[in-house]
Design a protein around this ligand. Structure first.
Ligand code: UDX
Ligand code: UDX
Length: 435
């Protein structure tokens, strides 16, 4: 089939490449000329395992092309996926839909009778219904098909999804989406058909649930800190209950990234709009608990620097919002690093992938290309993004480099015995007995 994918950010670039890989003829569209040129040369503008090779393969095979023209897109295919961003509005928690609307309005006049515009962007419940009439004038239809990919495993998540959700307004739209995803459903992906409102809701409800799970265990970490309990053991024992499960129960610095924070705020704002604010009022607390973990980490670090960061050297391990990604959007690690700098410390940040992106957002932090350099003469080392390579560090060697061997493991993934044996003082959220 011929498809277009409009908006080639994280979601769109991966979707476009994966659709071409599964046998479709795909045109990727983006307003950003530089991005289009880079993608056409097989270079994704971000780090995502497997994506570069797949882009190069499909571009070379001629099944994937890129353009900046929406008119060309409207002519090229009858099925269009909309993957533009839906950022948080600067003045409120609500989602900014201007990019989605610009694409729908830009496509509409050129669409052929029977065209299907499929939203993948995360939108407030009811958006598809609101936009449908703008397409109906051209005889085109709207559908919603949310994505659930995680950065770092986006290609696998797209090719082997745990579910495909098709929110449709007609049997024809369902048939079209079944055809698009036939290679994935043949390999076992479950296909859930529903209306567009439910489809939109599946996405925001899922992300809200994940955020709630993380904040739940972080709230427990706060209780552990007061009572002398151990949150890692608590999480492990809770997670062994198959009704609870271990995923998204890792306590620490909390969630960031381009999705969970903005999605829970947008959902809370949307619920207010439809008169059901109270139904998801707990999401405000989920957000507050999450913000508090950043402050708690700063406070924990300050205890190791004698109660003040003034004129201290602080090493930060990790800048990406999570390991396996170079994305620093709403990164908890960088928020902590910046706050420590603001309070007077010299902060040196290491990250295996995200330094360039971090520098663009926080030019006043210092950056180091290796961990030893970052830790030189440090008064405290903060472990803020749990890259696997940090678990391989030699605590004894690093102890010889820092000014004072003190470590805050805000992600709870380093081996406390090994670090303590090498002479380090330790601090970690929810594990008051470590220190
Ligand atoms: C996606 C979703 O679409 C968003 O709703 C979801 O919540 C998170 O994932 P993402 O892929 O991360 O967003 O967005 P981003 O990396 O910002 O990419 C958006 C792309 O759309 C950019 O390349 C931008 O240039 C492009 N764009 C934007 C257009 O092509 N046209 C526009 O009108 C606006
Ligand atoms: C998320 C959703 O998982 C995905 O389905 C959706 O499509 C987009 O948003 P992503 O933002 O890539 O994906 O990251 P995710 O793996 O969900 O992690 C989000 C944040 O939560 C990260 O900052 C991570 O460090 C944090 N996290 C995750 C925890 O603090 N504890 C956990 O147990 C799990």
């Amino acid at each position: 089939m011929r498809l277009t994918v409009i908006g080639t950010g994280y979601v769109g670039a991966v979707h476009a490449a994966c659709m071409a890989e599964t046998g479709h003829e795909v045109l990727g569209v983006d307003v950003d000329e530089e991005r289009v040129a880079a993608l056409a040369a097989g270079h994704p503008p971000f780090h995502e395992p497997g994506l570069s090779a797949m882009l190069q393969r499909t571009v070379a095979a001629g099944t994937l092309r890129f353009t900046t023209s929406l008119e060309e897109a409207a002519r090229f295919a009858d099925t269009h996926f909309v993957c533009v961003g839906t950022p948080q509005r600067p003045d409120s928690g609500a989602a900014d839909l201007r990019h989605v609307e610009a694409v729908v309005d830009g496509l509409a006049p050129g669409l052929r009778e029977g065209a299907l515009v499929v939203g993948k962007s995360t939108v407030p419940v009811g958006t598809a219904d609101r936009l449908a009439p703008r397409l109906a004038v051209s005889g085109a239809e709207i559908a919603w098909n949310p994505e659930f990919l995680r950065e770092g495993s986006a290609v696998q998540d797209t090719l082997r999804p745990e579910r495909i959700v098709a929110g449709v307004r007609s049997a024809g739209a369902e048939a079209r989406l079944r055809a698009v995803y036939a290679p994935l459903t043949a390999a076992g992906a479950p296909f859930v058909v529903t209306d567009t409102v439910t489809a939109e809701l599946v996405k925001v409800a899922s992300n809200s649930f994940l955020a709630t799970k993380i904040s739940f265990i972080n709230a427990m970490a706060e209780i552990c800190d007061v009572m002398g309990a151990d949150v890692l053991t608590l999480a492990e024992a809770m997670g062994r209950d198959s009704r609870i499960g271990p995923a998204f129960l890792s306590p620490g610095l909390g969630f960031g990234g381009s999705c969970l924070p903005k999605d829970i705020r947008a959902f809370a704002a949307r619920a207010e709009e439809i008169g059901r604010g109270e139904s998801v009022a707990f999401l405000r607390q989920v957000d507050e608990i999450n913000a508090r973990q950043r402050r708690r980490t700063v406070d924990l670090a300050e205890r190791f620097t004698g109660g003040s960061f003034e004129d201290r050297d602080v090493a930060v391990l990790g800048a990406a919002f999570k390991p396996g990604s170079d994305d620093v959007r709403d990164s908890p690690a960088l928020a902590v690093a910046e706050e420590v700098r603001r309070r007077g410390a010299r902060v040196r940040v290491h990250d295996p992938e995200a330094i360039d992106n971090a520098r663009a957002v926080y030019p006043e932090l210092q950056y180091a290309l290796d961990v030893t350099k970052a830790c030189e003469q440090a008064d405290v080392v903060l472990h803020l993004t749990e890259w696997p390579q940090y678990r391989e560090l030699d605590p004894a060697a690093l102890a010889g480099v820092v000014r004072a061997p003190a470590l805050v493991d805000a992600r709870n993934t380093l081996d406390p015995q090994a670090w303590r044996a090498a002479g380090w003082r330790l601090g970690a959220p929810g594990r008051p007995r470590l220190g």
